[in-house]
Design a protein around this ligand. Sequence first.
Ligand code: 13P
Length: 341
Amino acid sequence: MFERELAATAAAMVAPGKGILAIDESGATIKKRFDTIGVESSTESRRAYRDLLITPNGLSQYISGMILYDETLRQATADGVPFAEFMKKNGMLAGIKVDSGSKELAGASGEQVTEGLDGLRERLVEYKKLGASFAKWRAVINIGADIPSSYGIAANAHALARYAALCQEAGIVPIVEPEVIMDGSHTIERCYDVTERTLHALFEAIYAQRVRTEHLVLKASMVISGKSCATQASVQEVADATVLCLTRTVPASVPGIVFLSGGQSDELATAHLSAMNADGAKLPWPLSFSYGRALQAPALKAWKGQTANVAAAQKALMHRAKCNSAACFGKYSAAMEKEVA
Ligand code: 13P
C-alpha cells in the first residue's frame, strides 16, 4: 500500500552525502550525558538541547533526518513550531525510536533482548500522525566468553523483524539496528564472527517474516576491536573487515546502510566511514552514518546548558556533520578538523 512512500523515504534517508543524526536518548541516557556537563535533566533542558541540535541553519545539507525520542516528537522549538514540522519545512525527515529498551534475556546469562512489541501497531499509527516517517529499534548483542548464543541472536533477530514488518504495514521505514557492543577485550576477528552470525540471522528472520528488504535501512555496528583489547585494529583494517562482513550478509536490495558510533571517538568514527568509502569503492548500497555520540559530543561540551553557548554548540555540530558528509564520499581528512579551530 505504501510502497512508493517507503521507497522515497528510504532513498531520502541515505541520499548522497547525507546521514542521520541520532538524538533519541531515553530519559536515563540523556541524564547520563547531561551529568557530564553538570546540567540537570528536566523537560525544558532536554527541549532546549534538542532545539539547538535540530535548528542550525543549513544542517539539511549534511543531515537527511533525525531519530527522536517520544518526548521530543511531542515538543516544539522556542517559537512553538513542533520539531517534526520544523524539520519537514527545512528538508529533514523525522524518525522515532519505538523500542522500550533491552532487558535480560531469560535463561541466557549476560544476554539481552529488546522489548516494545506490545501495542506497537497502534503506536506507529500515532507516530505517523505526529510526523514520523521512519523508526528505529535497537537490539543489543554482547560479546563475552560464551556469548552471544544462537538463542540470544535468534531472539533479537525475531523481534527486529516483527518490528520491521509492523513499520512497513504503517508506511514507516524501519531502521533495523543490531548493535554488536564494543565493550570487552575481544579481538576484531571475534567481532567479525559475531557480526556475521548476527546479520545472517537478522536477514533470515526478515525473509521469514515477509519484510521487504528494499524498504528498510540497516543500522550496523562496525567490525572493530573490543574497547579493552590489547591490539587495536587500524582504520584500514576496520574498514576492510566491516565491508567484507556486510557484502557477505546484506542483500543488494537494501537501500542503504548507516553506522552507529557505539563509543568510538568522533574523529575515529568519521575516519572509519571515510576509509570504507575511499577510492571510488563500488558497493551495492551507500554507506553513511547515523551517529549519536560521535555527532553530538563536541556540541554537548560547548553548550554546557547555557543559552549564550548555543551558537558555538551549533557550529560544533555543523562541523562534525560536514566531516561525516565528506566521509560518505571517502573525502574526509584529518586536515578538515583544523577548519573549526
Ligand atoms: P551512538 O552513535 O552514540 O552509538 O548512537 C547511535 C544510536 O542511535 C544507538 O542506538
